[in-house]
Ligand binder design. Structure first.
Ligand code: SF4
Length: 664
């Protein structure tokens, strides 16, 4: 029998597409976009289509594996449950909760992903990471400025009369926003792309302004300088809705365009023109990406752009905004995890980008057991040599995944993860889409595979823990959805299944801050932020010059996402060496012209890569895609583990490298 089932894309992507999946006799025979979805309109990308291949690939894990002297061998869930329960009991008795590392990330974005953390909370707590590998500096910055990071409904961009895409490459990472930008341009609205690289987006849309890496904050503050000096700011908006405007005016007095020109590489005239154009536009929207905050100055960069929007009054109106994230739905789905915090007796955190250093030095207690799900930290964390050696020190490591990833290969137990097609779940992204996806189970998982949510329910029963707050994963989903359904005036007891046929979003969030009541303590935009000041930050956004290379490692190394993979996922099928891209000038300076392969070396490590000369790369810079596995040469063996100025964000782009002929 053939059926069509509604399934969400589970990936850590802006778009959160919804699929129509065709199933024949428990086999997936087709996947297409949902044409009724209000944001994605039936278009899905190759990564989404590839989910079917991953699901049915012969290398996919379908049974638990245990490490023996000879390597991994198959085992049963009976043995797994006995061993995990005995190990956890021993670790909690001897070391307490913080002897366990609970590492979950967003490789699978459904709310069931949180059951692992609920389990450890109910056990008494654990060690977890804080901060972010991805977007933390920008979120922290927007919390200081606006009180929260909220974004406009994406289609609002077509009402703008100017769109600035700042440090974002939607052609590669945000397909449906790219489609909207095409529509914007077709409407004769100007699009400006600010990016150090001539990215795929910059190559095909709008006017490209190539700033030097890490200099975006200097550009924003110089624009604010021009706007204030030329009286182009919105007097009544700043009077009513902005805190700290006078201090900000004094603060940017020295941010002359001539100075910013040297810092950014743009001419002072370009900076002045851009400032006038932005201030004079009726409804200009800024759409930031996450690349511009992956530097030690990343939080202040986003705060500077927020301040620019604030002084012009380009906030809270259709077509405007300093759009960075869209956190409207996700906070409403957290209730079960919040409730479980009452059981925590001890917890410990470390900044996510410092995983390697933490694992190498942690003591009192050391990590005795680690559980990893929804992530591949031995591929995605910076300074991988430190991460791998620290991870290998942990006596007992359990990893859930679909394939033997770089992290799974270092585990003691590898447990197969269910695919999105094999379970009901609820998906909401905080990045872009405002629309909830209720994802239905399309096929039964193999008999030999226990989905992670069922595993933790079975483990809690095995260990006599009756405090999770739900006894089935279905009951859990109902608890997650309840606050949302209540908020929307629906019946939480009866309307869960109806979510599959709906396109829910929260009313009043399409144009954030339309009521001009901000979520800060003053309810104004806090350009001068006492909260930032109390946290030891500059209360005003400031430009902190990014670090620079030296004679040994002169080139900045940018390691961005590729269009064809969500982080490391698609590289499972890739056996080639990675590529490194430089422009001709850099190739000449490094004396590598004509080479096909080079050694990319940093203070952290070396990787051999194919050399590609590409004039889209800025000077003194090497560019690589992140996600390549260890077998190819993972770029995070090269990256340095530093933190941004706020949000404990990984400052990946403060890594410097040299290029030389490959080692024999
Ligand atoms: S990866 Fe993103 S664009 Fe591609 S199908 Fe999934 S949600 Fe849509």
């Amino acid at each position: 029998m053939t059926r069509t089932i509604t399934v969400s894309c589970p990936m850590d992507c802006f778009d959160l597409c919804r699929f129509q999946v065709t199933v024949t006799d428990n086999r997936i025979t087709g996947i297409a976009g949902d044409p009724e979805h209000p944001l994605t309109r039936g278009v899905i990308c190759p990564k989404g289509r590839d989910l079917v291949r991953r699901h049915s690939h012969p290398d996919r894990l379908q049974q638990p594996l245990v490490r023996r002297k000879s390597g991994f061998v198959r085992t049963s869930y009976t043995e797994v449950l006995d061993r995990v329960a005995a190990t956890l009991t021993s670790v909690y008795d001897t070391s307490g909760p913080t002897g366990v590392l609970n590492y979950t990330s967003d490789g699978y974005g459904g709310v069931k992903n949180r059951i692992q953390s609920i389990f450890f909370n109910c056990l008494g707590g654990a060690t977890r990471f804080s901060g972010s590998l991805c977007w933390g500096a920008g979120v922290a910055a927007q919390k200081y400025d606006f009180g929260d990071a909220r974004g406009h409904l994406p289609h609002d961009a077509v009402t703008s009369d100017l769109v600035i895409v700042w440090g974002r490459n939607p052609k590669a990472t945000n397909l449906h926003f790219y489609t909207l930008l095409k529509q914007v341009e077709k409407n004769s609205t100007r699009v400006i792309v600010i990016d150090p690289m001539q990215s795929d987006t910059a190559k095909s849309i709008g006017t490209h302004l190539a700033v030097k890496p890490g200099s975006d904050g200097a550009l924003a503050l110089a624009m604010a300088h021009v706007i204030i000096k030329e009286n182009l700011y919105d007097r009544s908006f700043v009077q009513d809705h902005v805190m700290g405007f006078s201090r900000f005016c004094r603060h940017v007095e020295e941010c002359e365009p001539e100075t910013a020109a040297e810092i950014t590489g743009l001419s002072s005239e370009t900076i002045r023109d851009l400032a006038r154009e932005y201030a004079g536009a009726r409804a200009p929207g800024i759409w930031m990406g996450y690349g511009l905050q992956r530097y030690a100055n990343g939080g202040n960069t986003v705060r500077s752009i927020d301040a620019l929007a604030a002084v012009c009054g380009h906030v809270g109106k259709p077509g405007t905004g300093a759009n960075y994230a869209a956190r409207s739905l996700a906070p409403l789905l957290n209730r079960p995890e919040k409730n479980s915090l009452a059981h925590v007796t001890a917890s410990r955190t470390f900044p996510a980008p410092m995983l390697g250093h933490f694992l190498q030095t942690v003591d009192n207690p050391p990590i005795a057991a680690a559980f990893v799900a929804g992530g591949n930290p031995l591929n995605q964390s910076p300074d991988l040599s430190a991460v791998v050696s620290g991870f290998d020190r942990i006596p007992f490591k359990v990893v859930f995944d679909h394939f033997l990833t770089d992290t799974a290969r270092h585990a003691d137990l590898v447990l197969p993860a269910a695919t999105v097609f094999e379970q009901d779940d609820i998906f909401a992204t905080s990045m872009y889409s405002h629309v909830l996806n209720y994802s239905q189970k399309a096929v039964e998982p193999p008999d030999t595979l226990m989905p992670e949510s069922d595993f933790f329910l079975a483990l809690s029963r095995h260990m006599g823990i009756d405090s999770l707050g739900f006894s089935t994963s279905r009951e859990y989903l109902a608890q997650c959805a309840a606050p949302l359904l209540e908020n929307l005036g629906k019946n939480p007891d009866t309307d869960l299944d109806a979510l599959a046929g709906e396109y829910l979003r929260i009313p009043g969030h399409d144009i954030p801050w339309a009521d001009k009541i901000f979520a800060t303590p003053s309810q104004k935009i806090e350009i001068f932020s006492p909260t930032a000041q109390a946290a030891g930050q500059s209360p005003l956004p400031c430009y902190i010059p990014p670090s620079q290379g030296d004679n040994c490692f002169p080139l900045r190394l940018l390691t961005c996402k590729t269009q064809r993979s969500m982080h490391s996922q698609a590289f499972v099928f890739e056996d080639r060496e990675p590529a490194v891209y430089v422009n001709q000038k850099t190739a000449q300076e490094m004396d590598i012209c004509g080479l096909k392969r080079v050694c990319v070396a940093t203070r952290q490590g070396k990787v051999t890569a194919r050399l590609v000369v590409d004039e889209g790369v800025c000077d003194s810079t090497a560019f690589m895609h992140q996600g390549w596995w260890h077998k190819s040469g993972a770029v995070n063996f090269l990256t340095h583990a530093g933190l941004s100025d706020m949000g404990e964000q990984a400052a990946y782009y403060d890594t410097f490298c040299t290029l030389s002929p490959p080692e024999a």
